[in-house]
Design a protein around this ligand. Structure first.
Ligand code: HEC
Length: 201
């Protein structure tokens, strides 16, 4: 007697389960997928592999971007530097040196600022703040000049760096001429010496 009741209950549960399944199927009418909804783009994995090599650290030249850079946007970006730098003529040195007449100037361009040994060495080697040197320094100061005391993580966006550098150059008695857009960094000799004058141009 008791067993029959249990058996009936289990049977009923089974029937309800089946019926629910059938009704659910009718409601959503599943169709077999023609292709996977989640496409796994394996080409991305393949193309990402070479970038993991040493070439990943290379920073493309900024010259092509400077031609269309926006100094006004650059001035706004300089807020990231203002805690440590002034940019006006005769401005005080703070944690970092004043930046008037910076672009094109020798590295360690202020006589009255106590630079790190790393920057002093660059100065002695005759290195200059060319557009490309600035670009690489601002992308990652410590990566570009190991030993610098500038504790700034770096500006990752290439476009931001172009805008900022375009503004930096305006803070000068005589702003450096903009580089020609196709002037690539590798043309400059190592050490950042002034580029040789072009013959017949
Ligand atoms: C936390 C403080 C700090 C911040 C923020 C900072 N700097 Fe500096 N900066 C320094 C110090 C300190 C030095 C001197 C580095 C050395 O001697 O190694 C320096 C040096 C420099 C130099 C070299 C100057 C020369 O005369 O050779 C440049 C160029 C420069 N900073 C640009 C910038 C720009 C542009 C920003 C903003 C994006 C910035 N810095 C943000 C502290 C800072």
């Amino acid at each position: 007697m008791e067993f029959n009741k249990i058996f009936a209950a289990v049977l009923l549960a089974g029937i309800i389960g089946m019926a629910t399944g059938i009704v659910a199927d009718m409601l959503v009418s599943p169709e077999p997928l023609k292709e996977n909804t989640f496409k796994v783009d394996t080409s991305a994995i393949a193309s990402a592999a070479p970038a993991a090599g040493p070439a990943a650290a290379a920073i493309p030249p900024i010259a092509p971007l400077l031609a269309t850079a926006d100094p006004t946007a650059g001035q706004a970006l300089s807020k990231a530097c203002a805690a440590c730098h002034t940019f006006d003529k005769g401005g005080a040195n703070k944690v970092g040196p004043n930046q008037w007449n910076l672009v094109g100037a020798p590295m360690g361009h202020k006589d009255d600022f106590n630079y790190s040994t790393a920057i002093k060495k660059k100065h002695e080697e005759g290195a200059h703040w060319t557009y490309e040197e600035l670009n690489e320094f601002l992308a990652g100061p410590k990566a570009h000049i190991p030993g610098t005391t500038m504790t700034y993580a770096g500006m990752k966006s290439e476009k931001d760096r172009a805008n900022l550098i375009a503004w930096l150059r305006t803070n000068a008695d005589t702003p450096e001429p903009l580089p020609s857009p196709d002037a690539a960094a590798p043309a400059a000799p190592a050490g950042g010496a002034e580029p040789a004058p072009k013959s017949g141009g």
